[in-house]
Design a protein around this ligand. Structure first.
Ligand code: HDD
Length: 721
């Protein structure tokens, strides 16, 4: 796809922080105060005698403690927990027919980007593996100013109008009286809100699916969600939806696994992203566009302005136009990931907004929130937020102003400075809004074209594989099982029954209430205060298609083991030759291999060699790996069996449907697990089909790891947690 004629990159991914020239590195330097005075003793405060009280005049102590006392800033209201990285975006083909944005027209430019991934509901210190939507925010430092694509890993949203956002977030955040639960939607206030907001049902299907439990931030899709506009040089506009497609495919973990990872390593995603970049396994996504001509605005069974709807790829294919690569970790988490300020309103010429009422509200919220979070209207001067283009305007002063504006005037128009800085005409790159015709009454109302709340929820459910459907049922049983008020559970079942009757029945069977015969409707407030809800009810609009392949992760890329984590379980007496051979084969496929043993240090092999243990059974856990290999060596297997933790390790990997390779000599360990019961009588070939590979080639194991998971096992067998 990429053009071969790519010239030398114009920007070449320079360090954004370096561009801002605010970096500091103390190597080889004396310790100083913030005012540059060299410090002679950083261990003792100034006292009246060695055992006396500290002196107020100790400016070194006071400065240090004062700075420390003010180190924290308010965490983000939502998306507080995040991980970020630098990289670049490179275009495959110029998009001039749709947009005049320069970074979407010049294939020779590598546009620097800074990307922040996040969970939504949890606090900054919460776990990475919460069941939640993931934020996917990209800042493009273009030569025409910063462009932010502030999206999520799910292509739709819970609500249709921004005025409901504070309610949604209050409902999902910990309940106000007792601040529980942290980073979880499984509680009464969230499901109470959902139960009377049918517009959330499509998003609920996604949030209850495994999409809300990514295996890695590198293995999630990203979506701009809203319909935006692209505008070309001639002022012609098309509608557009933005997609990020990960080159590693879209993969998830199991819910039981997610909960355990939260205990074993709550930084699982953060660490995974960090290590992948440090190891040179740079995460990559292709940028795709779904383009809709203006004349086709009304040709769909849904409204393009409704953010609870997606455009099925069968109706409008995604055109891949470029690739983003993340290749550098931040130097300082706070300065970069914490202080970065995204805003859907940061656009450049050639991109514009649609009238999506959720987007319109966002356009206010993001600058506003930075004022309390970052504390000043000068947050754009923080290095990570600065554009690579120079900034010239008459805005002045404010808390912590960095720029020293020269000259005698700060007003426009002026003659004193010969009218500088000038306005730019459109042909000179000045931003002009799309010239949309508007002729309407001022109303507080929702368009009737927004009243279908279920048909795309049904489309999503229909598009899932059997395993994915059963995970949605389990997730809903879990979430509603934690809801104490029975009336809420019943109302949600009423909504689910309008998505899919069978789904509602299956969920009902696990939560002790029946699906209501006639779902309750009248509490839906979305249609407006003065509208009789009995007259205007949610209505299903038949969708043009019944299934969409792009909605199921079962159809994703499964041809690589790049950056997958594989555990090799060993003890003294292991066949170290087998370990080395397997390790070499996996590393050649760019997997990451960790040897786990009862103790750290060197493990003796049967052939006179040694294997170095990376972790012990105390520090490692199967939930932190994608696959496991047990090599032979009778003594090693006897020692592993004595430990018992290795048996649990393999059982758990089996429960979570991972690829498992066992050498013939290690079969006794297999016999001690639940796997033996479940595969009893099966041939080695049949076992390999379900990802349990006995004595097979490296190639077969590698293929199995690339498959990600063997979800069918769940149907056959229940392994205790
Ligand atoms: Fe938002 C942060 C994504 C609706 C108000 N939002 C935030 C972040 C992401 C999103 C990824 C984190 C950015 C970062 O990493 O710093 N938000 C979305 C998406 C939405 C959405 C995809 C719907 C399609 N958001 C939304 C609405 C409102 C907000 C309707 C308010 C009316 N969002 C905020 C915020 C945040 C934010 C309060 C918190 C921190 C920040 O902005 O900088 O202003």
């Amino acid at each position: 796809m990429a053009s071969k004629k790519i010239k030398k990159p114009a920007v070449n991914n320079k360090k954004i922080t370096d561009l801002a020239a605010n970096t500091e590195d103390g190597t080889g330097q004396f310790l100083t105060t913030n005012h540059g005075v060299k410090i002679n003793d950083n261990q003792n405060s100034l006292k009246s005698g060695e055992r006396g009280s500290s002196l107020l005049e100790d400016f070194i102590l006071r400065e240090k403690i004062t700075h420390f006392d003010h180190e924290r800033i308010p965490e983000r209201i939502v998306h507080a927990r995040g991980s970020a990285a630098h990289g670049f975006f490179q275009l495959y083909q110029p998009q001039g027919q749709y947009t005049k944005a320069k970074f979407l027209n010049d294939i020779s430019v590598q546009t620097p980007v800074f990307v922040r991934f996040s969970t939504v509901a949890g606090s900054k210190g919460s776990t990475d593996l919460a069941r939640d939507v993931r934020g996917f925010a990209v800042k493009f430092y273009t030569e025409e100013g910063n462009y932010d694509l502030v999206g999520n890993n799910i292509p739709v949203f819970f609500i249709q109008d921004a005025i409901k956002f504070p309610d949604l977030i209050h409902a999902v955040k910990p309940e106000p009286h007792n601040e529980m639960p942290q980073a979880g939607s499984a509680h009464d206030s969230f499901w109470d809100f959902v139960s009377i907001m049918p517009e959330s049902m499509h998003m609920i299907m996604w949030a209850m699916s495994d999409r809300a439990l990514p295996r890695s931030l590198r293995m999630m899709e990203g979506f701009g969600i809203h319909t935006f506009r692209l505008v070309n040089e001639q002022g012609k506009s098309v509608f557009v939806k933005f997609h990020w497609k990960p080159l590693l495919g879209v993969h998830s973990v199991a819910w039981d696994e997610a909960q355990k990872i939260s205990g074993k390593n709550s930084d699982f995603h953060k660490q995974d992203l960090w290590e992948a970049i440090e190891n040179g396994a740079f995460p990559e996504w292709e940028l795709g566009l779904q383009i809709v001509a203006e004349k086709d605005e009304h040709k769909f069974d849904f409204d393009l302005l409704d953010p609870t709807k997606l455009i099925p790829e069968e109706l409008v294919p995604v055109q891949i136009i470029g690739k983003m690569t993340l290749n550098r970790n931040p130097d300082n988490f706070f300065a970069e990931a914490e202080q970065v300020a995204f805003h859907p309103g940061h656009i450049v010429p050639g991109i514009d907004f649609s009238n999506d009422p959720l987007l319109q509200g966002r356009l206010f919220s993001y600058t506003d929130t930075q004022l309390s979070r970052l504390g000043s209207s000068n947050f754009h001067e923080i290095p990570i937020n600065r554009p690579i283009t120079p900034v010239h305007n008459n805005q002045r002063d404010g808390h912590m102003r960095q720029t020293i504006n020269r000259g005698t005037v700060a007003n426009d128009p002026n003659t004193i400075a010969q009218g500088c800085p000038f306005q730019a005409k459109a042909m000179e790159g000045g931003f002009t809004s799309f010239n949309e015709r508007i002729d309407a009454r001022k109303v507080r109302a929702r368009s009737a074209s927004f009243h279908d709340h279920f048909s795309q929820a049904t489309l999503f459910y229909n598009s899932q594989s059997e395993a994915e459907k059963s995970h949605i049922v389990s997730a809903l049983r879990f979430e509603l099982g934690k809801v104490e008020r029975e009336t809420i559970r019943i109302r949600v079942l009423g909504l689910l029954s309008q998505v899919d009757k069978d789904l509602a029945q299956k969920v009902a069977a696990g939560i002790g209430v029946d699906v209501p015969k006639k779902p309750e409707q009248p509490m839906n407030m979305s249609f407006g205060a003065d509208v009789d809800p009995k007259r205007v009810q949610s209505k299903n609009v038949k969708q043009a298609i019944e299934k969409s392949a792009a909605l199921s992760m079962a159809n994703t890329i499964k041809n690589s083991i790049k950056s997958r984590q594989v555990a090799i379980l060993v003890a003294d007496g292991v066949n170290e030759t087998a370990v080395t051979q397997m390790k070499n084969a996996l590393v050649a496929g760019k997997a990451v291999v960790k040897v786990i043993a009862p103790k750290l240090g060197l493990i003796k092999g049967i052939n006179g060699g040694v294997v170095k243990a990376d972790q012990t059974f105390l520090t490692a856990a199967s939930v932190l790996f994608d696959a496991v290999y047990v090599p032979g060596g009778a003594k090693s297997i006897a020692a592993l069996l004595e430990e018992q933790d290795p048996v649990h390790f393999v059982n758990e990997a089996y429960k979570h449907c991972k690829a498992i390779a066992i050498d013939d000599e290690a079969i006794e360990l297999l016999n001690a697990t639940y796997i033996a019961r479940s595969v009893a009588g099966a041939s080695e070939k049949e076992m390999a089909k379900s990802g349990v590979i006995v004595n097979a080639s490296h190639k077969i194991f590698i293929k199995a790891i690339a498959q990600h998971r063997f979800w069918d096992r769940e149907k056959k067998d229940k392994v205790p947690a």
